[in-house]
Design a protein around this ligand. Sequence first.
Ligand code: ATP
Ligand code: MG
Length: 278
Amino acid sequence: MIEVKHIKKRFEDTIVIDDVSSVMKAGQCNLIIGTSGSGKTVLMKCIVGLIEPDSGEVLFGGESFTKMNRFERTEIRKQIGMLFQGSALFDSLTVEENVMFPLNMFTTWNYKQKMERVNEVLDRVNLKDTNKKFPSELSGGMKKRVGIARAIVLNPKYLFCDEPNSGLDPQTALVIDQLIKEITLEFNITTVVNTHDMNSVMEIGNYILYLYQGKKEWEGNNKEIIFSKNKLLNEFIFASEFLKDAKEMRMLEETGKIPNDRNIDDMIGPTNLPKGGA
Ligand SMILES: Nc1ncnc2c1ncn2[C@@H]1O[C@H](COP(=O)(O)OP(=O)(O)OP(=O)(O)O)[C@@H](O)[C@H]1O
Ligand SMILES: [Mg+2]
């Protein structure tokens, strides 16, 4: 579990994170969503200590990361896996060297032990037989999977993914989402994902924190989001007419009621009403 308490961060005169609090649970995909510039990456970096917040506190497993000294923080960092936007693989290293990198940094294992673990995680992300390839020889989705393999190689308690779907087609994005979800459940990881991908929200959003101009505007899960009346959230997440219709149809299915002042005729047309429908 990760607790975020009253985090504030400003860059010169601009407040970027404004008093954000949240609890992120183990075995769940905790999403941070919001438009570009809303503060997702800065908040994630404040949580993992890559940016020092101006005030507030972050606790990992009940222990205050904020109050720890450098050595204590290193111990927590060993329990954190991070998938950076764009995967951030080392271009001059092969796939297996990239994945082995954290093991070289943080363990005293011998080569055979490290290779076994590398093969285990590459197998887990469905990337057998790519050991000797370089990042330039991989597709975008494969690079993300190598990034995930590297992020989980130390068996982390906490996994942070900044925009894991950026640059991927919707189908590959779904595969990556499912992989993150499976790994989260399988190893009971507290996973935090920054995204603005609507599919991710619906597929893996156990907990969703919606940031608007650095403030927590809404929080809930992917069921509650359908029923939310928060105007800013709805404008963001159900931006297109198509998605607005999809939301209303889902509400209609679940409640048997037409949700709001939008007319059913506007949604599906008067001649296409479902049998026994509205
Ligand atoms: N090091 C920095 N110095 C000054 N301003 C910064 C710095 N890092 C981020 N910002 C500002 O903080 C705000 C939030 O940025 P952030 O990168 O967190 O947005 P984001 O929600 O991750 O956006 P995106 O979806 O585009 O990745 C932006 O206005 C950005 O310009
Ligand atoms: Mg970002």
